[in-house]
Design a protein around this ligand. Sequence first.
Ligand SMILES: Cc1cc2nc3c(=O)[nH]c(=O)nc-3n(C[C@H](O)[C@H](O)[C@H](O)COP(=O)(O)OP(=O)(O)OC[C@H]3O[C@@H](n4cnc5c(N)ncnc54)[C@H](O)[C@@H]3O)c2cc1C
Length: 499
Amino acid sequence: MKQVIIIGGGVAGLGAAYKLRRAADESHDIEFTLVEKADRLGGKLATDRVTDSQGAEYVIDGGSDSFLTQKTAVHRVARMLGIIDEECSTLDDNKKTLIVKNGGLVELPDGIMMFAPTKIVPMVTTSLYSWPAKFRMAMDLVIPRKEIVPGELNDESLEDFVVRRMGRECLDRLAEPLVGGVNGSDPGKMSLAATYPNLLEMEQEHGSLVRGFLATRKKVEEMKRKHPPKPGTRPRTFFTSFNEGLQFPTDRMADAAGRDRMRTGTAAIAVRREDDGSWSVELADGGVLSADAVIMASEVWASERLMRGVDETLADLLEQIPSTSSATVAIAFDIADCPFDLKWHGILSPRIERQTVTGVSLVSSKWPNRAPDGTVLLRAFVGGPHNQAVLDMSDDEITDIVVRQLVDLIGVKDGARPRFARVYRWENGMPQYTMGHLSRVEEIETLTAEIPGLALAGGGLRGVGVPNCLESGEAAASKVMAEWGVHLAEDTATEKRVY
Ligand SMILES: Cc1cc2nc3c(=O)[nH]c(=O)nc-3n(C[C@H](O)[C@H](O)[C@H](O)COP(=O)(O)OP(=O)(O)OC[C@H]3O[C@@H](n4cnc5c(N)ncnc54)[C@H](O)[C@@H]3O)c2cc1C
């Protein structure tokens, strides 16, 4: 019987566990133990049911709240788990994004894809950009594509790329809060090749982002025409979640993989590769586990510390992947205290506005059944690369800042008392794909491939999105199993499937 230890019970670790369980169910002699430092499984997928002082119940996602619908890994696993019908779409009748400008709110013009305009009238009439900025953005149509140096990565930071193609105001007003903000990243340091390689490809293929996104829009519209939603079903939206929140699929993965194999509330404190090639993992509770393989699915900084005892070069490479901290604040008010338009999903606050709150989601208008009638549920984001100090404040101080900004920005009644507020802290929770990230990851993968029985997974490597992390966990399980000549029937099916 081959034994595997998985360190970390986020979506990557659980993806690995569920895959190993499927191998065991196919009669392969494989067992695993998953070790999770926290008392709860799911990592950044953290859903709570909160009851306020008046007995009303809310579904709160403290970390990740959705995944990109077009990425298939979560749907595929949800189908295997029999929970695909529990997926839910956003309430797109309320879909609107607002951008903070000079302390007020401006609606994101229709037709913007990422940060590139694809419709003329909304772009001409918007007050989001100055006239010189609009002309500068239009120059994207004539600015020649960047010359590619053959054999090189041709990477560029998000900042350099956007400023080169569309000008500084486009970066400051939209690309920074939209693209940098969701990744908790500084656009000046963020590697485009590692995060949005499609933008680099688009420039090469179409010679312009506007033309590239117009082509994308045309394709999407054609697909929608060819494949209309089945009668009686809602069309799929850009983001997907689950009725019970985003921890639901990780909970079901844990159930299916076997919770009796999972040790929560204890951290791995040391990992060693023994002379005979076996592995031992020392736990904070004094226990020592032995195995034939180890899957590292902890955050990248945690994996770095544990890999020091295994391979210094590997640990050095992991150390070069930095992370930023952030917090989300879930907060609910009586609807009577919210005398403003409730038809929007989110607000983004560019860094140049110097607000502590970098974004707000109107959860009760974005997702169905998250908050009871008569209440308004919001989620505010604080932190990010330029405001790490806010994480030193107490929960009450952070909540006070959020309430103040909700009063000033969206018009929550001054003096309104939240029905509840809860702060979720994500210390070093967002890995940063800085320039050179892809080369570092390739080196990490090469080194890991040479160490039998070791695999790395998680958001620090090839994609922070939930589907990417899930796939990375599955790939880690496949790596260790392949070393024992174990291949699952489903892998062949997956290879054949066209996504
Ligand atoms: C606030 C926030 C919002 C986000 N929103 C979205 C979103 O809407 N959509 C999206 O696609 N992505 C989003 N992301 C990113 C996404 O949630 C993460 O990239 C992903 O969930 C990471 O999964 P993971 O399994 O790699 O790591 P994690 O979820 O971080 O899991 C790692 C686990 O390892 C455990 N661990 C660490 N050290 C040890 C140790 N020594 N021993 C044992 N266990 C250990 C940790 O406790 C943790 O549970 C968001 C991230 C954050 C922080």
